[in-house]
Design a protein around this ligand. Structure first.
Ligand code: HEC
Ligand code: HEC
Length: 266
């Protein structure tokens, strides 16, 4: 082959090389840039819907950008889980700021709550709404549930009572009964620490620990009542109080009656 035809072939190959290079770059580019799929537009729509709800119902206390003000704390970094908990249990939107926001009827559909949660999550990273596999205690063995009971007594019972019946807190506040709380909200309360309650991170209680605690609480609330007064199932303190009130109180009444109406008094 002489050099002349070699050169010709080279110059013929050049445009094809260019086309090929363009193709390669094009394919690589479309693989690298973020896909604007329909899932993404749904996502931005959800966040926009959440923002609209937030501006109307929440910003008066929490600020237009969730920065917080005197009537409500900052929501930067509280995460979607905190919103799902607060709105899903009927605490938010609060009617007014007070020492302990009361639980009211849930004001919004789950879809609306999801939207507000997605919007608040854009303020800053925080705990996400958990998957069912993280909080549903299905399939736990009796030992694991018993371990959940031990974890509950170690971490929670000081405020919520031995079997989660609830208890009083300083300044007229209270740790509520956990008997009717949904599993997802138990998980979220543990991870977000509402109000006086401490926040338990995954370093302190792993997801598996939380699942076991939930398993224990579910079982405790299904426990049959063996007659008599439950007295909050708080053990010796409330039982002692009742005995004191009824027993000593009753005895005093009898003593008074005898003193007034007995044979001597006549
Ligand atoms: C009337 C004022 C008020 C309104 C309206 C209100 N909040 Fe709150 N919010 C509060 C106060 C006060 C607290 C602190 C409550 C506490 O911990 O006792 C709070 C706490 C929260 C928390 C917990 C923050 C944390 O640190 O984990 C979230 C999340 C929240 N609010 C979301 C919302 C959302 C979402 C709305 C609207 C749907 C809303 N709030 C409307 C006053 C308000
Ligand atoms: C220092 C006391 C304290 C400790 C410890 C504590 N909590 Fe709480 N908990 C509270 C208070 C107070 C509230 C009410 C918060 C509010 O009304 O905003 C609460 C609320 C909750 C709720 C929401 C109940 C509902 O129905 O709305 C759950 C669930 C919960 N706690 C579970 C737990 C678990 C599980 C533990 C242990 C891992 C725990 N708590 C440890 C004080 C505590």
């Amino acid at each position: 082959m002489n050099t002349e035809s070699k050169r010709r072939r080279k110059s013929l190959a050049r445009p094809w090389l260019l086309v090929l290079a363009l193709l390669v770059v094009g394919v690589a580019y479309s693989a690298v840039i973020p896909q604007t799929s329909s899932a993404d537009t749904e996502m931005t729509q959800q966040i926009a819907e959440g923002k609209a709800l937030f501006d109307v119902s929440c910003s008066s206390c929490h600020g237009l950008n969730g920065e917080g003000q005197t009537t409500g704390p900052s929501l930067i970094g509280v995460g979607a889980a905190s919103v799902d908990f607060q709105m899903g249990t009927g605490r938010m939107p609060a009617a007014r700021a007070e020492a302990q926001i009361p639980v009211r009827e849930v004001q919004y559909s789950q879809e609306q709550i999801d939207a507000v949660a997605a919007y608040v999550a854009t303020f800053g990273p925080g705990p996400a709404v958990p998957e069912a596999s993280q909080y549903e205690p299905e399939g736990l063995s009796e030992e694991e549930i018993a371990r959940g009971g031990a974890l509950f007594r170690a971490n929670c019972s000081a405020c919520h009572g031995i079997v989660g019946g609830g208890g009083a807190m300083p300044e007229g506040k209270q740790a509520p009964s956990l008997a009717d709380t949904e599993n997802v909200h138990i998980y979220e309360a543990i991870r977000t620490g509402p109000q006086q309650m401490p926040m338990f991170s995954k370093d302190v209680l792993e997801d598996e620990d939380v699942r076991q605690i939930i398993g224990y609480l579910n079982e405790a609330s299904e426990q049959p009542q063996y007659g008599g007064l439950g007295m909050g199932n708080n053990g010796p303190v409330s039982e002692g109080l009742w005995i004191f009130l009824l027993g000593i109180g009753g005895l005093s009444l009898v003593a008074f009656w005898i003193a007034k109406n007995g044979a001597r008094a006549r």
